[in-house]
Ligand binder design. Sequence first.
Ligand SMILES: *[C@@H]1O[C@H](CO)[C@@H](O)[C@H](O)[C@H]1NC(C)=O
Length: 135
Amino acid sequence: MRFSALALSLTALVAPALAGPVDHHSLAKRIGSDLVKRDGRMTWYNIETGNEVACSGYYVGTDYVVAMNKPQFQSWDWCGKTLSITYNGIMVNATVVDECEGCSAGALDLTESLFKKLSGDLNLGVFYTNWQLLD
Ligand SMILES: *[C@@H]1O[C@H](CO)[C@@H](O)[C@H](O)[C@H]1NC(C)=O
């Protein structure tokens, strides 16, 4: 009787200290949230600067390519990965080829064509929508 009460209280004390599963869970959540974004901030930029993009190479405004926000770009091997971006019932696939220095986590900087295809209007400047990494 006395022993089992002690065992019970020990379990209660030790359980929270077994942080392993908790850490793995939050790590999976962190990586998962890196690959799927809700209400990401979408902007557009001129990719035809004459400079190479962060992933190397040159692109034009009609390419379906995007610049990944700096916080995420640095935590994942994004170059060449395809994202699916959905807005207003329109879905497009775009390849990550660049890094957006001034973009916050979740944000994507699109080419003119991509921005226009999704939002219908370049002058909108910014809209918020969901994107996810395709395998
Ligand atoms: C995006 O890519 C996926 C996987 O290759 C494909 O199934 C889907 O049809 C593509 N969507 C568009 C809009 O091209």
